[in-house]
Design a protein around this ligand. Structure first.
Ligand SMILES: Cc1ncc(COP(=O)(O)O)c(C=O)c1O
Length: 356
């Protein structure tokens, strides 16, 4: 397996790839419903919630759309400090919602007091914020943002994109008072792409019931009716649900705290190495991602040549994303990545830098 240090899709353990190869079952069979129930119930632990977890055959962007269609009739607040929070705003606008913009410099976290100010100025049905901005390698302080938002306007639903943090970083949906947390399968969960998970609070579901024209495929109310029968309205990606069930077994066997500690140790190692090697990190101290590090490209450095050199050794890193494509590159440390993988990568980058 050639290690992938890109922020999704990531390496998938061979046992999980094999889990997908099991024979198909009818999705409305007791055998499949038992697997579905097992997976969706245990997935709650990743979110730190007792609330329902929906399993969609989609990617994370689909659930960004689901959030705005189900939870917003007119107006939401889009907190933007990176390419994926910007996308969520575009998704809201594309669905005809009025999306108030709270944008800060992408080098900065979303400040809780700015969110509170915005919510005091105008009523918003929901706010959207990204936990881990995969473009900038920045982790927003969700617990503090949620607390400030609740104080400013307790009716605003708090919607969080945890696409590149769920399963790698502790999330406490219930303790933090979040209403929707969404994620994709191909990042810290170390599954193939194609599934998206959303934990949805009771009050968010009740709110959805009052929103007209929620659409069909992503309708939370319809999803809930079927979830109560351990099923989905449409045919789900059975193979991926087999893989999810098997991977949750592996994740829980590692232990969630151990898994989060591994991600954090890898992040610290990469970030300390980067600074010692003279790189500037995009995100400020205290808000650096535990799952992906974004490094600024120093003048004269040829990232294409570095990527080709690493590929010749069977390793992949990622370019910058969106507007940061040329100015940065990214090293992901998520999913199955272990210390020895990172050490091998850093030794190879050191070797490249010594030669160029
Ligand atoms: C933070 C974040 N949100 C949303 C997305 C979009 O997810 P997907 O590609 O699963 O649709 C990504 C993808 O990298 C992401 O990193």
């Amino acid at each position: 397996m050639s290690p992938m240090f890109v922020p999704g899709p990531v390496d998938v353990h061979p046992a999980i790839l094999a889990a997908q190869a099991q024979a198909m079952l009818p999705h409305r069979s007791q055998e499949f419903e038992a697997i579905f129930q097992h997976a969706s119930t245990r997935a709650r632990q990743l979110f730190g919630t007792q609330e329902r977890v929906f399993i969609f055959t989609a990617s994370g962007s689909g659930l960004q759309e689901a959030a705005v269609r189900n939870l917003v009739q007119e107006r939401l607040l889009s907190c933007v400090n990176g390419a994926f929070s910007q996308r969520w705003r575009e998704v809201a606008l594309a669905n005809g919602k009025e999306a108030g913009l709270l944008e800060v410099d992408w080098h900065e976290p979303i400040a809780p007091e700015l969110v509170a100010q915005a919510l005091r100025r105008k009523p918003y049905e929901a706010l959207t914020v990204v936990h881990n901005e995969t473009s900038t390698g920045l982790q927003n302080p969700i617990a503090e943002i949620a607390a400030a938002a609740r104080r400013a306007n307790p009716d605003t639903l708090i919607c969080v994109d945890a696409v590149s943090s769920l399963g790698g970083v502790k999330i406490e949906m219930d303790a933090w008072g979040l209403d929707l947390v969404l994620a994709s399968s191909q990042k810290c969960l170390a599954l193939p792409p194609g599934l998206a998970l959303a934990a949805v609070s009771e009050r968010a579901l009740q709110c959805a019931e009052g929103v007209p024209q929620r659409g069909w495929y992503f309708d939370f109310v319809r999803m809930e009716r079927h979830r109560l029968k351990d099923s989905t309205p449409a045919t789900p990606a059975l193979s991926l649900i087999y893989a999810l069930d098997a991977q949750l077994e592996r994740i829980l066997a590692e232990g969630l705290d151990a898994r989060f500690a591994r991600h954090s140790a890898l992040a610290q190692r990469v970030q300390a190495w980067a600074q010692a090697a003279g790189f500037e990190l995009y995100a400020p101290p205290g808000f650096r991602s535990q799952t992906v590090t974004t490094l600024k490209v120093p003048p004269g450095m040829d990232v294409k040549a570095l990527k080709a050199f690493l590929l010749s050794r069977g390793m992949r890193i990622a370019s910058g994303y969106g507007p940061l494509k040329e100015a940065s590159f990214r090293i992901a440390h998520m999913g199955e990545t272990q210390t020895e993988d990172i050490e091998q990568l850093l030794r190879s980058i050191d070797e490249f830098l010594a030669r160029h």
